[in-house]
Design a protein around this ligand. Structure first.
Ligand SMILES: Nc1ncnc2c1ncn2[C@@H]1O[C@H](COP(=O)(O)OP(=O)(O)OP(=O)(O)O)[C@@H](O)[C@H]1O
Ligand SMILES: [Mg+2]
Length: 108
């Protein structure tokens, strides 16, 4: 039996993501906290532009937080390098994108 801290499959702590474009800063995520236990189904809902994709990119190990922590299966991936994030994506995460990014000449 895993200890309590590790009993979350996803845990997000004080998560912030600030986008910077041409000197302009935009706070897309401002201090997000939540956790998901193994076997739980969770929907993230909100209006367009509220930060759903930004959040999914964080817990999908596709993007890094500006501040705060993301735990996947007990691992704090917040300061992982690209190679470590690749391993997390390969071993821990399945991700279906809003656009499917299918390769038309392949069957799978
Ligand atoms: N790369 C980026 N650079 C600057 N701002 C961005 C970037 N990506 C997203 N944003 C901004 O961050 C905010 C959140 O965007 P996000 O795409 O996460 O929203 P969303 O909830 O997924 O929206 P939708 O329902 O339309 O998919 C928006 O204001 C968006 O314009
Ligand atoms: Mg989106």
């Amino acid at each position: 039996m895993k200890n309590n801290k590790e009993s979350y499959i996803v845990k997000v702590s004080n998560l912030e993501r600030v986008y910077e474009n041409g000197g302009l800063k935009y706070e897309a995520l401002k201090g997000i906290n939540f956790d998901v236990k193994p076997g739980e189904f969770v929907s993230i809902m909100g209006p367009s532009g509220s930060g759903k994709t930004t959040l999914l990119n964080q817990i999908g190990a596709l993007d890094k937080p500006t501040r705060g922590d993301v735990y996947i299966d007990g691992l704090n991936i917040s300061d992982y390098n690209e190679s470590d994030l690749y391993e997390v994506r390969r071993q821990k995460i399945g991700f279906i994108f809003q656009s499917f990014y299918l390769v038309p000449n392949l069957s799978v």
